[in-house]
Design a protein around this ligand. Structure first.
Ligand code: G3H
Ligand code: 13P
Ligand code: ZN
Length: 314
């Protein structure tokens, strides 16, 4: 099916507006009905455009039919500005499959390949996706990460600003993910003194004025969620994210898409742990999942209003 049949849009117009307005479109990952509903409710409540991000492993977990059934169940219309995006697509086939299912945007993450091989694979994906009016994100530089079943390694390397023009011209991509010191997962920094490499972001933005840039691994790891998890039996000591000040500063430059997954995972877990601690005799999943939905919903609203600045931008 075509993505327009689901009322989805690609990311072109939302990025154009975000660059002009100096804000970022939130890309929140989801993997079940609870996370999807919490994220969509936050987008509706704040009148924010939104990118619903699905990793390959999340797609496998939900199953393609169930996923697209849920998207269809949202009854979207293009005015709502919702894109469905494949996050960290690892191959041409993964991206083609997403386009054929009805995704409106795909990321081909060939950032671990040598530069020329990254260009070749990205070009192949762009050719197929653009023929279906689907937007394409690619990446230069690599982020460190700790998640499983993804394309991430444990090593990171910053984006080289001298590479970006050649890459964008050769591939014709719609947006570029860059590595400036963020990383996937909940353990991003050892101390509060570590800052992002705004000098690299600035140099990239100078090479590519008005071109949409993307920040992965950008969860802020809210302290109150970490505390709740640790208070009610968890142990994620030392979890630390990117400060909201730094994220906001990035949105004022050319960062117009910010990816968040870990914060919603923390909110989900905090909601469930607290619910069980407060209600030891309860066992109805709708109750503890409801607590998780509430915390994700609240957290997404906070981030839309205070980090992305995408509220009231529909
Ligand atoms: O950066 C991507 C996400 O956090 C995806 O993680 O493959 O475990 O769904 P996942
Ligand atoms: P976090 O782990 O910081 O939430 O990053 C998510 C991400 O980059 C998804 O692509
Ligand atoms: Zn990512």
């Amino acid at each position: 099916m075509k993505y327009s049949d689901f009322g989805l849009v690609n990311t072109r117009e939302m990025f154009l507006n975000a660059i002009k307005g100096k804000y970022a479109i939130p890309a929140f990952n989801f993997y079940n009905m609870e996370t999807l509903n919490a994220i969509m409710a936050a987008a509706r409540d704040t009148d924010s455009p939104i990118i619903l991000a699905v990793s390959e492993s999340a797609l496998k977990y939900m199953g393609a039919n169930m996923l697209m059934g849920m998207i269809s169940g949202l009854r979207l219309s293009p005015e709502r500005s919702v894109a469905l995006h494949l996050d960290h697509g690892s191959s041409f086939d993964a991206c083609k499959n997403a386009v054929d299912l009805g995704f409106s945007s795909v990321m081909i993450d060939a950032s671990k390949l040598p530069f020329e091989a990254n260009i070749e694979l990205t070009k192949q994906v762009v050719e197929y996706a653009h023929a279906h009016n689907v937007s394409v994100e690619a990446e230069l530089g690599t982020l460190a990460g700790i998640e499983d079943e993804t394309t991430f390694g444990t090593e990171s390397s910053y984006t080289n600003p001298d590479d970006v023009i050649k890459f964008v011209n050769a591939t014709n991509i719609d947006s570029l993910a860059i590595a400036i010191g963020t990383s996937h997962g909940a353990y991003k920094r050892k101390s509060d003194d570590e800052t992002l490499r705004f000098d690299i972001l600035d140099a990239v933005a100078k090479q590519l004025p008005s071109f949409p840039l993307v920040l992965h691994g950008a969860s802020s790891i809210p302290e109150h969620l970490v505390k709740t998890i640790n208070k009610f039996g968890g142990d994620i000591t030392g979890a630390r994210g990117i400060s909201t000040d730094q994220l906001r500063r990035a949105t004022e430059m050319n960062i117009c898409k910010i990816n968040v997954d870990s914060d919603s995972r923390l909110a989900f877990t905090a909601g469930v742990r607290q619910y069980f601690a407060d209600n030891p005799s309860k066992f109805n999943p709708r109750d503890f999942l409801g607590a998780a939905i509430n915390l994700i919903h609240q957290n997404c609203i906070n981030e839309i209003n205070n980090v992305m600045g995408s509220n009231n931008k529909i």
